[in-house]
Design a protein around this ligand. Structure first.
Ligand code: M6R
Length: 605
């Protein structure tokens, strides 16, 4: 977690860093800081504080000196509480440093190098700054190599040395760093979003290589000191696509972007009406040679996997498991060379998913990953990658990443069904035609978002809420409930409605609103009975219902969803539930994009 940034170039570094930190704030937002080298004097000035980037900006208001070089950090606390002194950058002697990750052996290092009396904070990061200073004898690259040789854990370190005026150094293990040289200078960051204001060309810093950024160049050394060439790639995100575009919150903007994001994700992968992964380099043998599927993911990405599970069972009649990546390695998973592992991740950096992929591949499984961020760690660790085209997702609550992940799963299921001889060509094309309708049905929901806002007002005061549905409706609600929890702080439980009677119905009272999803023709009558059961116990019920099923539910508050084939109803229904969560949070006056305690990219286990 934690956002990091470094810049050296022709623009005022302080401004570049503060703007970038605002974009990176989704990685952690309990404290922030910058260190810049003042032009002229070359003096390093550090400003840092507990709080948001806006608080740091205020703190920097009195700083008028131009500075062409600096580093910045936005923190999600791991070692040491949230305080000014624990905020980054940390300084030790001639070293100023920001760090993302966890140094597991920091206590040993303190003891081994006699650092005890030299530390002011409670952080593992300051220990690294002190160690770097210990090893620094005028050669930054050597000092960095010696230091990382002693570190255990994950890290991205970005460092300035007092006597190196315009240079920044970086090294990493696991935690991501991307960098670029562009017209305005050289820069690096924990995420691409911070760079794409300037350029869409970047390279990923390889693990354990040392990077030097100068105003007009970059140098990379491998651990043996050999100079390496950076491998540049391009991202298809538009420059400035990470702005709010007039919306009050990124979450709303990103919800509204979904028709375009889904269209971009599927359009290049449909040829002659058939799903086609040739441009992704994914061979059909991957789909025909496997005997079972295992989806590994966390949070929203895992919920996309649950929808895939239902599709795989009903269309492909195959064995599939969806594993929470954080539990995967401790659950003795049954993985072998006949298992197709599908890892799903927006960021491509979630450490639990990354470690699970490594584990599965060691056991002989082939891994296909579905990722939004190009060149990210999980993508690089996988045998094959299908990129979603959601564009930068900044709000901590994931929305457009989810619907684009679903879109990829529909394509995968259709391709598998055809290549395994389950679907005829005509059946495959028919399935794909329905997928191509999803942007239009999402647009329909978005156009009627005010109706969802009206429903949202009815649950504003709730402390607890249930979401009920069966089959795919239950999967839809697991995601809807996560969305509501994380942005509105209402305790929400998604429950399979048939299970309610086995215990949780005891919690239903007139103070427990219920949200139901009714989108599956064959489950309609049973879902209706379950809705009546909670209504008769006093609960106010709001139903997200497929239009053609709405007639029998007119006694309840309804939001009518455009009709699609049952398996595709997830798309419009999920968007409606995202809107519900969004309106509850914004009406309550919360910082929708940055819910408490969370961070967008979870890089600690
Ligand atoms: O980047 P990833 O897709 O791997 O992230 C997984 C989860 O951390 C993420 O989906 C999280 O649950 C979101 N905050 C949910 O909105």
């Amino acid at each position: 977690m934690c956002g990091i940034i470094g810049y050296t170039g022709s623009e005022n570094a302080r401004e570049v860093l503060l703007d970038a930190l605002e974009l990176l704030e989704y990685r952690g937002y309990d404290s922030a800081g910058v260190a810049v080298k003042e032009a002229g004097s070359g003096k390093t000035v550090v400003r840092r504080c507990a709080g948001r980037v806006r608080d740091l900006r205020k703190l920097c208001e009195t700083e008028t000196h131009f500075s062409g070089c600096g580093i910045g950090h936005t923190r999600w606390a791991t070692h040491g509480g949230v305080s000014d002194v624990n905020a980054h950058p940390h300084q030790a002697g001639s070293v100023t440093l920001v760090h993302n990750g966890i140094i597991e052996n920091y206590r040993e290092l303190i003891a081994d190098y006699g650092l005890e009396g030299k530390l002011r904070s409670e952080t593992d990061s300051e220990v690294v700054a002190a160690l770097l200073d210990y090893f620094y004898e005028g050669n930054p690259q050597e000092a960095v190599q010696k230091t990382v040789g002693r570190l255990k854990g994950t890290f991205a370190l970005v460092v300035m040395f007092e006597d190196r005026r315009d240079a920044i150094y970086a090294v990493r293990n696991v935690s991501p760093v991307v960098a670029t040289l562009c017209e305005q200078g050289a820069m690096l960051a924990s995420d691409l979003t911070a760079l794409c204001r300037f350029t869409n060309r970047y390279f990923v810093l390889p693990e354990y290589q040392v990077l030097e950024l100068r105003k007009d160049g970059v140098t990379l050394w491998d651990p043996d000191g050999k100079v390496m060439e950076p491998e540049y790639q391009t991202v298809d995100w538009e420059l400035n696509s990470s702005g709010k575009n007039g919306y009050p919150f990124y979450m709303e903007k990103e919800i509204m972007e979904q028709p375009g994001a889904v269209t971009r994700t599927i359009e290049g992968r449909i040829r002659g009406g058939m799903p086609d992964f040739s441009a992704d380099g994914v061979p059909d043998t991957l789909f025909t040679d496997c005997e079972r599927i295992c989806v590994i993911a966390c949070g929203t990405a895992m919920h996309a996997g649950l929808v895939a599970q239902a599709l795989v069972k009903s269309v492909l009649h195959m064995h599939i498991e969806v594993e929470m990546a954080s539990e995967f390695m401790y659950s003795d998973p049954v993985i072998d060379e006949k298992t197709l592992v599908i890892a799903v991740s927006q960021s491509g950096e979630t450490i639990d998913t990354l470690e699970a992929v490594k584990y599965a591949r060691l056991r002989g499984a082939k891994c296909l990953s579905v990722i939004n961020v190009r060149g990210s760690s999980i993508a690089r660790e996988s045998d094959y990658v299908i990129y979603t085209s959601a564009g930068p997702e900044i709000a901590v609550a994931s929305t457009k990443a989810y619907t684009t992940q679903l879109a990829v799963f529909y394509l995968i299921v259709a391709r598998m069904a055809h290549s395994r001889g389950i679907f005829t060509e005509e059946e495959t094309q028919c399935f794909i035609r329905e997928l191509q309708r999803t942007p239009e049905t999402i647009r329909d929901v978005l156009a009627r978002r005010r109706e969802v806002h009206v429903l949202a007002k009815k649950v504003l005061a709730a402390k607890d809420l249930f979401m009920i549905g069966r089959g795919l409706d239950h999967s839809i609600l697991l995601e809807g409930s996560l969305k509501l929890k994380e942005v509105s702080y209402i305790h929400s439980e998604a429950y399979a409605s048939g299970e309610l009677k086995h215990g949780p119905i005891a919690l239903i009272t007139q103070d427990t609103p219920v949200v139901a999803s009714v989108t599956q023709d064959k489950l309609m009558s049973k879902e209706l009975s379950n809705i009546r059961e909670v209504a008769s116990r006093g609960a106010d019920v709001a139903v997200f219902v497929k239009d053609s099923l709405a007639k029998e539910l007119e006694d309840y508050e309804l939001f009518r969803l455009p009709d699609m084939r049952d398996e595709f109803m997830v798309m419009p229904a999920s968007v409606a539930l995202q809107l519900l969560a969004y309106y509850v949070s914004s009406d309550k006056g919360f910082d929708v994009d940055k819910p408490r305690n969370l961070a967008k990219v979870v890089t600690v286990e």
